[in-house]
Design a protein around this ligand. Structure first.
Ligand code: SAM
Length: 253
C-alpha cells in the first residue's frame, strides 16, 4: 500500500469526512495568531490540503481571505459545493499554484504528513511574504485517556497504521519527524474534547485512511466490535472524544 494511495483515499468518502470529522477548537486559532503575530481577520491564507473545507471554513469564519489548495478531485468537489465563495485551486504541497510572496500564512490542517517536507517547506516559504508563517497542526488522539489509548492500539493492530504519539512540546525528535527541525519554530499543544453520538464516533474512525483503503467488510467487522465495546463503556451512547491539537508555526525570515 503506497502512501499516495492512502493520501488519495479520502476522495472516496468526502461526504462522510465532512459529516464526521472534528472541527478545531477556538483556542487553536488564538494560538495561531499569538505565535505568528498575524491576526486572522484580513490575513491572506493558503490552506493547503484543504479537503472538504473544515479548516478553510473556520479560517473564513474568522475573517481571513483564504484560498484553498487541494489535490484530490472528490475532496475538492465537496469543498466547491460547501464553500462556493472560497477560491479553490487544484495543486499539492510540492508545487503550490500560487505566486511568490502572496500569502501571510500557509496552513496545513491535518495534512502536513502527506507532504514531502524537502519540497513542501521551500514551496511554502516561496509563497509566504517576508514575516509570514508556515502553520501546521493536527488533532492528535489523546492516548493518555485509557479507553482511547486501548482503541488506538486495536486500530493499529487492525489497519497497520498507528496514530502519532503525543510528543512533548519542544521535543526535537517530533520536529525532525515532521521535517521542520531546521526552521525557527514555535510549538504548542491545546487539549479539547467533543461529545458525540456513538455512531458519529464510529463514522469518524472509518474516515481515517487506514480504514478507507481496507475491504469494506473488514472495516464493518471492526466497527461492529467497537460498537459493542463502547456501548458497555458509554450506555447512553454519547462518547467523549479527546484530542490534543499539536501546532507548529515557522516564520519566513
Ligand atoms: C486529513 S485531510 C485534511 C483536510 C482538512 N485540512 C481538514 O482539516 O479537515 C488531508 C487532505 O490532504 C490532501 N493531500 C494529500 N496529499 C497532499 C499533498 N501532497 N499536498 C497537499 N494536500 C494533500 C488530501 O487530499 C486531503 O484532502
Amino acid at each position: 500500500m503506497t502512501s499516495l494511495t492512502r493520501a488519495m483515499s479520502f476522495n472516496t468518502a468526502p461526504d462522510r469526512y465532512a459529516a464526521f470529522r472534528p472541527f478545531y477548537p477556538p483556542a487553536l486559532f488564538e494560538l495561531v495568531e499569538e505565535l505568528s503575530g498575524i491576526s486572522l481577520p484580513g490575513a491572506r491564507i493558503a490552506d493547503v490540503g484543504a479537503g472538504t473545507g473544515i479548516s478553510t471554513a473556520q479560517l473564513v469564519e474568522r475573517g481571513a481571505d483564504v484560498v484553498a489548495v487541494e489535490p484530490g478531485e472528490g475532496m475538492a468537489a465537496w469543498l466547491r459545493k460547501s464553500l462556493p465563495d472560497v477560491p479553490l485551486v487544484r495543486g499539492d504541497a510540492d508545487a503550490l499554484p500560487l505566486a511568490d510572496g502572496c500569502r501571510d500564512l500557509v496552513t496545513y490542517a491535518q495534512a502536513w504528513h502527506w507532504a514531502e517536507p524537502c519540497r513542501a517547506v521551500p514551496e511554502a516559504m516561496r509563497v509566504l511574504r517576508p514575516g509570514g508563517s508556515l502553520v501546521v497542526w493536527w488533532n492528535l488522539t489523546a492516548h493518555d485517556v485509557p479507553w482511547i489509548g486501548a482503541q488506538a492500539e486495536r486500530i493499529t493492530r487492525h489497519t497497520g497504521v498507528s496514530s502519532p504519539p503525543l510528543n512533548q512540546v519542544g521535543d526535537r525528535g517530533a520536529l525532525r519527524r515532521a521535517g521542520l527541525d531546521g526552521l525557527r519554530l514555535s510549538h504548542r499543544h491545546t487539549r479539547w474534547s467533543r461529545t458525540v453520538p456513538l455512531d458519529v464516533h464510529l463514522g469518524n474512525l472509518a474516515t481515517h485512511s487506514g480504514f478507507l483503503v481496507m475491504p469494506e467488510q473488514a472495516t464493518r467487522d471492526f466497527l461492529d466490535a467497537e460498537r459493542s465495546r463502547l456501548r458497555a463503556l458509554f450506555p447512553d451512547e454519547r462518547v467523549e472524544e479527546v484530542y490534543v491539537v499539536d501546532l507548529l508555526v515557522a516564520p519566513r525570515d
